[in-house]
Design a protein around this ligand. Structure first.
Ligand SMILES: [Zn+2]
Length: 376
């Protein structure tokens, strides 16, 4: 075996050689499966849109707006973190503005080699100025299509029901997701305040979603314990779990998630800022990786959390001394966990592996000698 050559077995995975740079992570072909539209606008765009539409944000300059939103701030709780969305939502009430937010998100992804993303939002939060629900969805889908055309980034929409809004509204969102399945929508989620708002209250929505074969991911195990993950999986039929930070508190459920290859959409920076974890070192990312759970890295909210996919990889690499194999696993897991059709996923997975292995060799002189991907 050559120097730096790796075997694909956990016991022989070497530690990081410390040579990788932030630029290396920027070049990696990445996915972002957990990113909220209303949490990921550019600050300058919010300011522009507020001026254009004469919306009073209660601030008189871009700097004041930055202070108000406080990107990257560590909050007291998830509920406190979610307050930033009250501001961003004020400018996301027209077709034009929704289109722009989606288009610019595609551009931001392209700039850092995020080749595929699934953006989520709850259309009900964009009806303040009278837009219809289909208009709200079509504007974003059109923005994403234009983004794909201009920047080459593929994407899909995940429609969110909201835990802290009536289950009837979740059912309306579920109907919308079903109507737009294969027309830009790739899945359904339940977002919002987790504590005191159990997913099982929204069973009507999930029943409709599952009977129409729509993909499901649910925010769970972020601000509430493993019971929330249990409900998401066994009451609501989740195919993926958003966050799942607190899965580590229940070893039996953790093994179930692992055995069934249920992906976890980890968003470490956001988890620090909502106090789901005390600090990045306490995040279970590496623990999960070592157990071979199907973990993915994601941004959650590019603006509110002040992050990018490159930042998330760079931070995880430094905090956990990730090995090249760990990094390859995260990249591969992102593709495997996506809601892409299987045939497309299979060929895209080969391409991503090829690109990643080439980058490791060219940029860091690390030869990842791995077996071809088989199975699901
Ligand atoms: Zn989220």
């Amino acid at each position: 075996m050559q120097k730096n050559e790796l075997k694909n077995t956990a016991a022989e995975r070497p530690e990081s050689d410390g040579k990788l740079t932030r630029d290396f992570f920027a070049k990696l072909p990445k996915t972002d499966l957990h990113v909220h539209l209303d949490g990921s606008l550019r600050l300058e765009t919010i300011w522009d849109l507020a001026k254009k539409d004469k919306i009073d944000l209660g601030v008189s300059s871009l700097e004041e707006l930055r202070d108000l939103i406080a990107p990257g701030k560590i909050h007291d709780s998830l509920n406190d973190y979610l307050k930033g969305f009250d501001i961003t939502l004020k400018v996301l009430q027209t077709k034009e503005n929704l289109y722009r937010a989606a288009y610019e998100l595609s551009e931001d992804c392209a700039k850092e080699n995020v080749e595929y993303f699934e953006v989520r939002y709850s259309p009900i939060l964009h009806t303040q100025k009278g837009l219809s629900l289909p208009e709200i969805l079509e504007s974003v889908i059109d923005g994403l299509k234009a983004g794909q055309r201009d920047f080459g980034v593929t994407s899909g929409v995940i429609v969110c029901g909201m835990r802290n809004i009536s289950p009837d509204v979740s059912l309306r969102m579920a109907e919308l997701a079903v109507a737009f399945k294969h027309r830009g929508v790739v899945g359904f989620d339940l977002a919002g305040a987790e504590y005191n708002y159990p997913a099982r209250d929204h069973l009507g929505a999930f029943s409709l979603i599952l009977s129409n074969n729509v993909n499901v991911t649910i925010h769970a195990g972020e601000a509430y314990g493993p019971d929330s993950i249990h409900q998401a999986l066994h009451y609501c039929g989740a195919h993926r779990i958003g966050h799942g930070v607190r899965l580590r508190e229940d070893g039996d459920l953790l093994n179930y998630v692992n055995d069934h290859r249920i992906p976890l959409e980890l968003c470490p920076s956001s988890n620090v800022q909502t106090r789901a974890v005390k600090n990045i070192k306490e995040h279970p990312l590496k623990f999960y990786l070592d157990l071979s759970l199907r973990v993915t890295l994601n941004t959650d909210n590019r603006l509110i959390t002040n992050t990018t996919m490159t930042d998330e990889y760079w931070q995880a690499y430094n905090a956990f001394n990730l090995s090249p194999q760990n990094i390859l696993d995260l990249i591969i897991n992102g593709v495997k966990s996506s809601f892409m059709p299987y045939e497309i996923k299979k060929s895209y997975l080969r391409e991503v592996k090829r690109k990643t292995i080439k980058l490791f060799l060219r940029e860091a002189n690390i030869n990842l000698n791995i077996k071809p991907v088989t199975g699901k």
